[in-house]
Design a protein around this ligand. Structure first.
Ligand SMILES: [Zn+2]
Length: 265
C-alpha cells in the first residue's frame, strides 16, 4: 500500500476520498466565488467548491474518511494521541484514533488499554495581539483542552485536519500541542489544496489523501462568467460578488432593462 515515501497516498485512496466528499455534498460543481482575496481586492472564481462542513453532518462518510486517513499512516509512525483543530478536526480526530486502534491493535477489546491510542480535544480561543498602545487585533488560536492535556504531555502526537489551504491552522494546532508538552510526529489531512509542505510546517511531515489545488481564475478572465453560467450564491462569496456587480451597474447608470434583482446576472 505504501510507496517509497510512507506518506504518499495511493491514487485510488484519494479517488475514494473525492467520491465520499461528493456523496455528502462537500465537493460541489458549478460556478463559485472563493473566499481568499487577491491583492486587488477581487476573489477568484472556480467550477469546484469544497464545503467541508457538510461532511460532519454525515457520520458514516466522516467515519469512512477517517478510516482512509488511518490506513495511509505507516505502522512505523509512533502515535499515542490524535489531535485536530476545533470544531470539525475534533470529530475527525476521534475517527482517526478509533481506526488507528482497530488497525494497530486488532485483538478483542475488553480493556481500554487494549486500544491505547487516545484522542484529545482542542478549544478555539480568540486573543488580542499586538502592542496595546498601538492597534490590536483579534487572532484565533487553539489550545489543548485542560481535561485532555494529560493525554498529550510527553506523547507522540498525530495532528489531523480536513482541508488545508495555507497551513496556518496546522501551524496553530502544532503550537497548541507543543504548548501542552506533546511531540508532533505527523500532520495528516484529507485535502491539501494549497500545496502546504513540510517546510511550511517547520519540518513536520505532512500527508494528505488528496493533493491538488482547485483551479480558479480572477473574475475578469473567468470562463464560466464569459459563458454566462449563474454564480452560486449558497456557498462562498457569490452573493457578495453579485451585489457588488449590481452596485457597479447602478453607479455607471447602466441598469439592464427590467432589472429587478441580483438573480438576473
Ligand atoms: Zn466567474
Amino acid at each position: 500500500m505504501f510507496g517509497v515515501d510512507p506518506f504518499t497516498a495511493e491514487p485510488a485512496l484519494g479517488e475514494s476520498a473525492l467520491i465520499l466528499l461528493s456523496e455528502c455534498g462537500s465537493l460541489k460543481k458549478g460556478h463559485f466565488v472563493l473566499s481568499r482575496k487577491n491583492p486587488d481586492g477581487t476573489r477568484n472564481h472556480s467550477i469546484e467548491y469544497v464545503d467541508i462542513r457538510e461532511v460532519y453532518a454525515y457520520p458514516e462518510k466522516l467515519w469512512a474518511l477517517s478510516k482512509l486517513l488511518a490506513q495511509c499512516i505507516h505502522p512505523s509512525v509512533p502515535i499515542d494521541v490524535v489531535v485536530g483543530p476545533a470544531r470539525g478536526g475534533n470529530d475527525l480526530s476521534t475517527g482517526v484514533a478509533y481506526w488507528l486502534n482497530q488497525l494497530r491493535f486488532p485483538k478483542a477489546k475488553k480493556d481500554p488499554e487494549d486500544s491505547p491510542i487516545r484522542r484529545a480535544w482542542t478549544n478555539k480561543i480568540e486573543v488580542w495581539v499586538g502592542d496595546p498602545t498601538d492597534e490590536q487585533k483579534e487572532e484565533e488560536r487553539f489550545v489543548v483542552a485542560d481535561c485532555h492535556a494529560k493525554f498529550v504531555k510527553g506523547k507522540h502526537t498525530l495532528i489531523v485536519d480536513d482541508v488545508t489551504t495555507s497551513g496556518t491552522t496546522n501551524q496553530k494546532v502544532c503550537t497548541a500541542v507543543r504548548n501542552a508538552g506533546g511531540s508532533i510526529v505527523l500532520v495528516a489531512t484529507i485535502w491539501n489544496r494549497g500545496g502546504v509542505t513540510s517546510d511550511a510546517l517547520g519540518g513536520i511531515p505532512i500527508f494528505s489523501l488528496i493533493n491538488r489545488a482547485i483551479p480558479s481564475w480572477p473574475p475578469f478572465v473567468c470562463p464560466p462568467c464569459k459563458d454566462g453560467v449563474p454564480v452560486n450564491t449558497d456557498v462562498g462569496h457569490g452573493k457578495e460578488f453579485l451585489e457588488s456587480k449590481k452596485q457597479d451597474l447602478f453607479e455607471i447608470g447602466h441598469v439592464p432593462p427590467g432589472f429587478s434583482g441580483i438573480d438576473q446576472f
